[in-house]
Ligand binder design. Structure first.
Ligand code: SF4
Length: 245
């Protein structure tokens, strides 16, 4: 099974527990206005086989110790789910901790996609799930897609007791009103499988990638949040209530 891979980070420290070998997959259907990885959007011909990818990752195994492992990120890795199933199956056979970092948009409960999701979850130890905006209409404006699949994926992960870390990029004036955060907080509090909630400050470090693609960056007038603004979001989302925060 071949995968289209954008890049590799050999010593990741923010994409799951411990030291991670992070595989960034190519391709994403979303068009988030704040995307800092716009260079991963384009679909490309898959050219790397799962066994070879794992073999390269295992060279770094001594650094992973008890907590680290591999993380697949993107772009949107679920767009290459057959590759993920093979990669993570091989990884689990080798005793490696597996983390999926996803926006959840490709999730479906229709077949054959749902069976593939179930197979993938059997070999996935942890899911990092982005929830960018709880309001569906605003989510469409922000990302080009509804959040229906994403919230359905969160509910499904709860139903199978899959450990999840939620990630929320906070963007001043875009997704940080009291009402939006209270709704998001309520949705998160209803889930029993969430181990951690990370509030990430919006930044413009990926703006140059939009320019390189000949695209206008839609949020160029939006400031990055202050420490106080980020702390307010953390408070409203009760991030300290989760076991790993
Ligand atoms: S889901 Fe991630 S990679 Fe895709 S557009 Fe949004 S931020 Fe970018």
């Amino acid at each position: 099974m071949l995968g289209a891979i954008h890049s590799i980070e050999t010593f990741g420290s923010v994409d799951g527990p411990g030291v991670r070998y992070v595989i960034f997959m190519q391709g994403c259907n979303m068009r988030c206005q704040f995307c800092h990885n716009a260079d991963t959007w384009k679909q490309m011909t898959p050219d790397q086989d799962a066994a070879s990818v794992l073999k390269k990752a295992l060279r770094y195994r001594t650094y992973w110790k008890d907590t680290g492992g591999i993380t697949v990120s993107g772009g949107e890795p679920l767009l290459q789910i057959d590759f993920l199933i093979e990669l993570f199956t091989l990884a689990k056979k080798a005793g490696v901790h597996t983390t999926l970092d996803t926006c959840g948009q490709p999730f479906t409960q229709a077949e054959p996609g749902f069976s593939k999701i179930r197979r993938l979850m059997e070999v996935t130890d942890l899911v990092l799930l982005d929830i960018k905006q709880i309001d569906n209409e605003k989510h469409k404006l922000l990302t080009g897609h509804p959040n229906t699949n994403i919230l359905a994926f969160a509910r499904y992960l709860d139903s199978i007791h899959k450990p999840v870390w939620i990630r929320h990029v906070t963007i001043p004036g875009i997704n940080d009103s009291d009402q939006e955060l209270e709704r998001l907080d309520q949705f998160l509090q209803e889930r029993k499988n969430i181990q951690r909630v990370d509030v990430l400050p919006y930044h413009t470090m990926g703006m140059y990638k939009w320019e390189a693609l000949g695209l206008e960056y839609p949020l160029k007038d939006v400031p990055t949040p202050t420490v106080e603004q980020v702390n307010r979001v953390k408070t409203l989302l009760h991030v300290e209530d989760y076991p790993l925060t």
